[in-house]
Design a binder for this molecule. Sequence first.
Ligand code: TYD
Ligand code: ZN
Length: 405
Amino acid sequence: MKTCRVCEHPIEPFMTFGEMPVANAFINENDFQNEYFFELKPASCSKCSTFQIVDVPKPEKMFHDHYAYFASTSKIMTNHFRLLSEEIIKNYLRSIDPFIVEIGSNDGISLQNYSRAGIRHLGVDPSQNVVEESRAKGVSAICTFFNKKSSEKIIDKHGKADIIIATNTMHHIADIKKVVSGAKILLKQKGLMITEDPYLGEMIRLNSYEQIYAEHNFIWSVMSMKYLFNLYDMEIIDVIPNEHHGGCMRYYIGHKNQHRPSNRVEEYLEEEKALGLYDQKTYEKFHHVCKTSKIEILRLLHSIKKKNKNIVGYGATAKSATLINYCGISRDHIDYICDSTVAKQGLFSPGAHIPVISQKDFFNNYPDYTLLFAWNHKKEILKKEKFYTDQGGKWIEYIPKINIL
Ligand code: TYD
Ligand code: ZN
């Protein structure tokens, strides 16, 4: 019997997506035979309402020395973290010589701002290649998993943290209690922990089932975050939604009774209840939506191929691994996926093995149709590729509904 990773209550998956590869594991032709698969089954805990995947691959299968995700490929995300740093520097750094720790600091997209401002900081990330990339930006970072033990080492060397940032990280870590127990000791008494991840409410609203994949061990809600941090005598002080990564929520968290919580926290809890996030029936409906989406997307791709038109994918996102492999999208439908991340180019998408090539090839060889896998960057991409659209190029979007632009 499987149990909830937060409250340890028994959990049952409400559906299965079938055997899935690790979403960001872009693969070399020579490794096709040895590709790792696991069964992707989501569940919503009936006790603490934490949305989670039931069987998770080992972290070593995901966060390693050739991790393919570099956050800085998006200008919008770069700007987003610059704005967050301005907010933090202006409002929350009251001590002399403050210290900021980031869990999952990736390529330094966020910490570079503190480095430039001369603020003491430390990034913690288990993937060596992204740590090196961040160091090249002048960021101090260590390559390790964040937990109580690494927190103790950080405290010994640098002292406690005024701010702990964990953006797009909390949902990646299956052993989440280890992270929170580390943060609990690392955070100063009046310190602030700021986390941000894809938001369950938005996933349910948009039917964006692709948010569920190997690295997304959890899709957090205000209720489940409240439950988790309460276990460590910590509380949510404020929540602010944003549209990034297909709909995220930012959580401001502190030790209990050290800050005055905003009314927004209660308001969101009410809203989540009204949306059905704490009700198992919502997930039965969600399962039905997944099945319908699979039929519709394949029907559309087949009808385009029948007219002898070609289709390529835009953005080799991790998310699309679920869509591609669950729906059975293959090289019969899509010639290739173009992506600006050099580390992904020349490799093949996990599972379906669709080639990933550079964006220059997109420009040099405009396709009839482009499946917008990076739908969360729609504005940025449509602006950048206006010439393609003006030339009659068609975009296929599939979230929240299948639509041709
Ligand atoms: P991302 O938004 O990080 O989603 P996920 O977490 O699901 O991987 O991925 C966006 C991908 O799209 C990334 O590989 C970079 C790529 N991309 C482009 O190729 N061109 C662009 O203009 C943008 C914005 C992204
Ligand atoms: Zn639970």
